[in-house]
Design a protein around this ligand. Sequence first.
Ligand SMILES: [Zn+2]
Length: 277
Amino acid sequence: MRFAAGGDTLGTMQGEMEAAEIPARRLARLGTAVRAMLRLAADVALPQLCAACREPVDGPGLCPACWRKLSFIGPPYCERLGIPFPFDDGPGLLSMEAIADPPAYERARAAVRYDDVAKKLVHGLKYGDRLDLAPIMARWMANAGGKLLAEADALVPVPLHWRRQWARRFNQSALLGEIIAKACGKPVVHGALKRVKATPQQVGLDKSGRAQNVQGAFRVPPEGKAEVAGRRLVLVDDVLTSGATVDACTRALLRGGAAAVDVLVFARVVAAVRAPI
Ligand SMILES: [Zn+2]
């Protein structure tokens, strides 16, 4: 390449630079394709790793030892909150928490208890290195929420604030919601709820701190009203801790005209197993 000033030579120089740029771009594209192929080859060649302990496993998900440590939640449980009871005393029983401090939503169901193994699954999905876990987590959720889903008109994932979604590139609740919706044949309405306040993470806050943190954080936007009005909705999230987030979402959906809201999460915190009252 010649570098010289002057009208004619400048035109030649630009032409040469453009010509030099084409192979460079091609090379970059080729590099991306090669990297993708290498990644694919590595995926095929390397065994899958257990999401919790990183031991090689045959299929996606967990090794048998970690699988045994997961606590699936099934009946008997509080009809309202879905908190497991230690013994079956008949259907329709409520926990003390549900009576003392009833939530805005009608019923909540969770696939598993939020313990160490569940936490690793949630983190693997949330921070994006284990998107392969979404189908298996969604399947467990669809099982746990079978009755809620059968009665629902549509699913609504708990939204992230746009800035957090931009940083994380995807919303784990929306991904789970999409897979569950396909399995149960109900639609997902993504625009039904907006996170209008960028709230700090709930970690480290107590119950009232969490409720205050998410107060006024969600709203049904004008364009979402038609999707919500008069419908029975299932709100989908990955984890239920104090319930403050799903409660704030439910209040917003009910204000937006929803007929009723149920909640389906992958994992929920269970402080202690108490007898029904
Ligand atoms: Zn394992």
